[in-house]
Design a protein around this ligand. Structure first.
Ligand code: HEM
Length: 212
């Protein structure tokens, strides 16, 4: 009994969590090392060709419907830098978060910023996609992966239910319905085109849509 339960559990998590692989977004043309979850959640990361010492990356984060998607840049939920985003109509609401306790994480402040890349940020009939430059986001205080790491574990979390106050970047969210950690291959996240893609990042006109 126990063995079959374990086996089925193993199969279910294999189906739910695929291995990150290179993926090029059709709209922006940006290539990410990209993790897609069976729920429709996705997170992808792109780095400069020579990323040693760089503190920037480009990310794409999204999901199905109107729920929230989150990523932990340090793998686990607690005491790591988190990014939490969701759609609000045709725009995206996003913030940095951090928490020492299991509960809706508070907004985190620091020198890190996220700046949207418009041609990779869109909401369509099934999905929302938020592509952004995360600047000064790779920290040396162990709250994120390090620029020298090639295979860091990053955390994913999502809930298909939209936050009650979806116009407010600091809104609290209800607990994820799926979460976990995935090993990314940062050797496949690097591109000589990074600086071109980075130049597309422009601060949003409606500043209150973004915090951090
Ligand atoms: C009310 C909100 C939240 C609650 C109560 C909560 C609670 C928890 C708990 C108890 C776990 C351990 C695994 C489990 O028992 O389910 C966990 C894991 C996790 N959470 Fe959350 N969480 C919340 C929101 C978030 C948000 C907004 C993010 C990301 C932006 C996040 C990211 C993660 C990740 C990546 C894991 C897996 C890695 C780990 O176990 O630390 N969580 N969460």
């Amino acid at each position: 009994m126990k063995i079959s339960t374990l086996f089925l559990g193993g199969l279910a998590s294999l189906a739910a969590a695929q291995t990150p692989a290179p993926y090029t977004d059709a709209k922006s043309g940006i290539t990410f090392n990209y993790f897609a979850h069976s729920s429709g959640y996705f997170f992808g990361i792109a780095l400069p060709e020579n990323s040693t010492g760089s503190t920037d990356f480009i990310a794409t984060l999204g999901g199905k419907g109107t729920g929230w998607s989150g990523v932990s840049l340090g793998g686990v939920m607690l005491n790591k830098l988190l990014i939490l985003s969701w759609p609000n109509g045709q725009s995206i609401v996003s913030s940095f978060r951090k928490t020492a306790n299991y509960g809706s994480p508070a907004v985190a402040t620091g020198t890190f910023t996220q700046t949207p890349i418009a041609n990779g940020t869109y909401v369509n009939g099934t999905h929302w996609t938020y592509t952004f430059l995360c600047s000064k986001c790779i920290l040396s205080d162990k709250t994120t992966f390090a620029s020298t790491e090639t295979a860091p574990s990053l955390g994913y979390a999502l809930n298909a239910a939209a936050p009650a106050q979806k116009t407010t970047p600091s809104a609290s969210v209800t607990k994820h319905t799926a979460q976990g950690q995935v090993v990314f291959d940062l050797t496949k996240a690097k591109s000589k085109d990074f600086d071109t893609w980075k130049s597309w990042a422009v601060p949003p006109k409606v500043a209150r849509d973004f915090e951090g």
